[in-house]
Design a protein around this ligand. Structure first.
Ligand SMILES: C[S@@+](CC[C@H](N)C(=O)[O-])C[C@H]1O[C@@H](n2cnc3c(N)ncnc32)[C@H](O)[C@@H]1O
Length: 289
């Protein structure tokens, strides 16, 4: 409760509630009150009532899809941990998702532990972020997470290799949250997406934190890294799902535009020939049969 009050004391949060929530239909906000008190976790995710709804949406979706494909566990990764509020939120949500879906969720966080490295040039948005920003209190954070997530400390370029070395084939990557601010660091993260196709769900959810501010554009930062990745990799595509907002009840939230899908085009799933043999026939109401 204290946590909720602390958040509600911030002007930024009220601003967001005003712009993103109160601009939505009144009846949906009214129903939300009941869902908040009586609703199941799944309902609350649908009504955007979970703190950091982008995490809740993506982790639940990934777990559902993993189950559909016969997996009992998934990996979820956060790049850019800093003080750890995002990672701790992922831990809390993962517990609730596991309870709902019975899918085990392994959580990994990546960070230098010392804050931002040096920016390479304008492409890293030095007007927003700079060397040493967002340091971590590692001892405090490790104590708090208490083994519920694993931290890889050091430059992502190096620690990604350590993660991949220990990665289990039984636990595909289902969700990746990217909050490393720089173009150069995002490029380092994207080395992950070139890995063996079966290491991922055929459709893996990605959240990009740093694409919403006015100076972000596709010649710098995360957006440039996405563009280059897609140009360089024929069988992998990081794509924005332009219809996602139509599938959501509350359409004005920023986070919907920050979710991308990694399409793993060389995944076995895309070559699945074990489909039901019966042919599908399209309906035609004009034929009257
Ligand atoms: C904005 S902070 C992350 C905030 C965090 N996700 C949260 O929810 O509070 C960005 C973090 O990315 C980390 N980072 C940026 N580039 C990195 C790199 N190349 N290797 C490792 N960590 C990096 C920095 O250390 C910094 O802590």
């Amino acid at each position: 409760m204290g946590f909720l009050f602390k958040r509600l004391s911030k002007k930024r949060i009220w601003n967001r509630i005003y712009k993103e929530r109160l601009s939505e239909p009144l009846h949906l906000n009214f129903i939300s009150l009941f869902i908040y008190i009586f609703g199941s976790f799944r309902r609350k995710v649908f009504y955007d009532l979970i703190l950091r709804p982008h995490h809740a949406f993506s982790i639940l979706k990934a777990a559902d899809e993993a189950k559909e494909r016969g997996f009992n566990e998934i990996d979820i990764l956060e790049f850019g941990v800093a003080h750890g509020s995002g990672l701790m939120n992922m831990i809390k949500i993962a517990e609730r998702v596991s309870k709902t879906t019975k899918v085990k969720i392994n959580i990994y966080g990546f960070d230098t532990g010392e804050g931002m490295p040096e920016p390479i040039d304008y492409r890293d948005h030095p007007e927003y972020y700079n060397t040493g920003d967002f340091p971590m209190n590692r001892e405090l954070l490790e104590g708090k997470i208490n083994g519920k997530a694993h931290l890889f400390i050091g430059p992502i370029k190096e620690t990604l290799r350590d993660y991949l070395k220990q990665k289990s084939k039984m636990s595909p990557i289902g969700f990746v949250s990217i909050d490393v601010d720089y173009y150069s660091s995002t490029k380092d993260v994207f080395e992950l997406f070139k890995h063996d196709a079966q290491s991922f769900l055929p459709l893996t959810y990605i959240y990009f934190d740093d694409i919403f501010m006015d100076n972000h554009n596709n010649k710098c930062g995360e957006l440039l890294a996405i563009k280059e990745f897609n140009e360089e990799n024929k069988l992998r595509n990081i794509a924005y799902h332009r219809f996602l907002e139509n599938k959501r009840l509350f359409k004005n939230s920023n986070w919907i535009k920050q979710i991308y899908f990694l399409h793993v085009l060389d995944h076995d799933y895309r070559f699945n020939t074990n489909r039901d043999e019966s042919k599908r026939v399209l309906d035609n109401p004009y034929l009257n049969i």
